[in-house]
Every structure is written in C-alpha cells, then in structure tokens.
Design a protein around this ligand. Structure first.
Ligand SMILES: NC(=O)c1ccc[n+]([C@@H]2O[C@H](COP(=O)([O-])OP(=O)(O)OC[C@H]3O[C@@H](n4cnc5c(N)ncnc54)[C@H](O)[C@@H]3O)[C@@H](O)[C@H]2O)c1
Length: 303
C-alpha cells in the first residue's frame, strides 16, 4: 500500500518507520525544511528500535521524504495526518490533502482529541476520514485508537482495524467521537490529580512518580482497570469511591503549578527543565534508557 505521512515532528518519523517496516511504501512531508532534514535519521533510529522489538522486517522501500505535500500524496491509498494539534492548521492541511489525493484515498488523523467530525467537514468525501491515534513513541506503543466521525463510513472503521492488525498492532475502537477519545481522557484525569497532590504538598514530585510507576502503572500494564475492579471487588470500589470520589480534584482549568512554570519558560525536557531539571547530556541518556526499558517491558508483556 502507498502511504503519505504529513508532519514529521515528534510523531511522524516513528509512524513512517513503522509503516515502512510493515511493507508499505511511505513518503512523508513536513512544511519545515529543518524537520524534513532531520527525519531520515529519526526514522533510522525508530527502525532500530523496531528491530530490537523483534518486529519482522518487510521493508519494500526505505521511507522517502518529499518536498511538497502534493508530491508526498501522489498515488497514496492512505494519508496519515500528524501536524500540530490546532484545528485551523489541521483544517488547512485536510483541504490540501483533499486536493492532492483520489476520492477514495483514506485520510487518517493522528489527532490526540479533536473530534474527527470537526475535521471531516474539510474534505470532499468525508466517509473516508477516520481517526488513527497512535501513542508516543509511535514505534514502541502497540495500541492505536480508531475513531469514526459523524460521517465516517462504518466500513472505513473496519478497514482501519484490519490495517492496524496487519501491522501486528492493537486497534481499539472508540465508539463515540468524544474530545480526547479514551486514552487522553484517562491520562488527563490522572495527571490532574497528580499535579494537584504535588501542588498541595501531599507528596513531592519524585515520590509521586515512584508511587504511580511502581504501584498503579506496573500493575495496570498487566491487569487493565476494568479487570482490576473485578480483582479488588466492586464492593471495595463502592466503599472507597463513595467517600473518595467527592474529594478528588475536579478543576476545569490547568493548575498554576503548570501555568506558572510555562510563564517562566520552563516547558520540560525541551527547555532544560519543567518540573525536574535536565542537562543536554541527561536528556540524551534518559531518552536512550527509556527506549531500552520500554522495549524490554513490551517484550516481557508479549511473552
Ligand atoms: N506528541 C505526542 O505525544 C502525541 C501523541 C499522540 C498524538 N499526537 C498528535 O499527533 C499530532 C502531531 O503531534 P506532534 O507531537 O508530532 O507535533 P509536533 O509539533 O512535534 O510536529 C508537527 C509537525 O507538523 C509540521 N507542520 C505544521 N504545519 C504543517 C503543514 N501545513 N504541512 C505539513 N507539516 C506541517 C510541523 O513543522 C511539525 O514538524 C498532533 O495532532 C498531536 O496531538 C501527539
């Protein structure tokens, strides 16, 4: 299958590498010449991680980079849009893609949570627009959410499910086009409570990470939340939830703990610090260590 990946930022190179290794002919494009120049090395690194994961190598052609969106999309049977999470940018890119592809070409969006129904109004044949929400790092996390918008053809959802299974990955169908879909609704509910606990001084940031990673996180990667409810007992959940739910954080805005840091230019690893501080060497080391550990954990979970 011939595929175009539009956007080569954090997500695009990993997606392109995964699709190419599965035997698809992939051509990518990014509006930034800088990102286009960096992409081949990033794709190579992602392919190295895929090899370490033991993903079969069905490469027909190395992923290519085009100089224009139209050239990337020429002859494509599927386009994966992965440009910034801003509706106006995505709407403009959808119009460009629509003008560059055939009427039947599948248009998939990697949006983290913009309803697919809002995106499909920008194309001539909205039935072929579908959400294909990869998790970061795209070449490591095997679960992909599939989301239909109001006008998505039901056969399109099944096609995407089969395509993801063909990649050896795990499709999950989100049955309602709600903001944030499922993965990010859950992640953001968790992050809101984590930030609140640290902000209130209930625990420090290091302690919070140890508690979640080695308590809940480790367990959840083996036993999903619904299975965990059964394991703990619904009566126990009822007993605890009946007093605890009312005490959990439910603020609608983002906590000052985060917004104050943003005002100071502390955005996280990309600026040398956010909640924790990082030297450039530490950033490189952490990325390497985390990739290695994620590979080891995925292999263990698949065994
Ligand atoms: N970063 C994550 O953890 C993550 C996880 C899952 C999904 N997503 C979603 O994936 C999408 C991309 O996220 P990202 O983190 O890779 O963003 P990013 O900002 O790192 O990369 C986006 C890229 O798109 C390019 N771009 C902007 N306008 C363009 C245009 N008109 N044509 C072509 N390229 C254009 C930018 O130059 C940039 O390189 C977003 O919808 C995001 O919500 C991100």
């Amino acid at each position: 299958m011939k595929v175009a990946v539009i956007g080569l930022g954090t997500m695009g190179p990993g997606i392109a590498a995964t699709l190419a290794r599965a035997g698809m002919t992939v051509t990518s494009f990014d509006v930034s010449a800088d990102q286009r120049a960096k992409a081949p090395e990033l794709q190579k690194q992602a392919n190295g991680v895929l090899a370490a994961l033991g993903v079969p190598d069905r490469t027909v052609a190395e992923p290519a980079i085009a100089d224009t969106l139209a050239a990337a999309c020429r002859g494509a049977e599927m386009v994966v849009e992965t440009v910034p999470e801003k509706l106006d940018i995505k709407a403009a890119v959808f119009k460009e893609i629509d003008a560059a592809v055939s009427k039947d070409c599948v248009i998939a969006s990697n949006t983290s949570g913009i309803p697919i129904s809002k995106l499909q109004s920008n194309v001539s044949n909205p039935g072929r627009v579908v959400g294909m929400h990869w998790s970061n790092p795209a070449h490591v996390i095997p679960m992909i959410e599939v989301i239909a918008g109001d006008k998505t053809d039901a056969r399109m959802v099944q096609w995407m499910v089969d395509t993801i299974k063909g990649l050896g990955l795990l499709p999950v169908v989100v049955q309602k086009d709600v903001p944030g879909f499922v993965e990010n609704r859950i992640l953001y509910a968790l992050l809101r409570e984590c930030v609140d606990l640290v902000e209130k001084g209930v625990i420090d940031a290091e302690g919070l990470d140890t508690c979640v990673s080695w308590g809940i996180g480790y367990k959840l990667s083996v036993i999903g939340p619904m299975a965990l409810l059964d394991m703990a007992g619904l009566d126990i959940y009822n007993a605890v939830g009946s007093y605890l739910n009312a005490d959990l954080n439910n603020r609608a805005d983002v906590a000052p703990y985060v917004t104050e840091r943003i005002k100071q230019g502390k955005l996280g690893m990309k600026t040398g610090g956010g909640i924790f501080s990082y030297t450039p060497e530490q950033v490189g080391q952490l990325r390497g260590q985390r990739a290695k550990k994620l590979v080891a954990v995925r292999k263990a979970l698949e065994s």
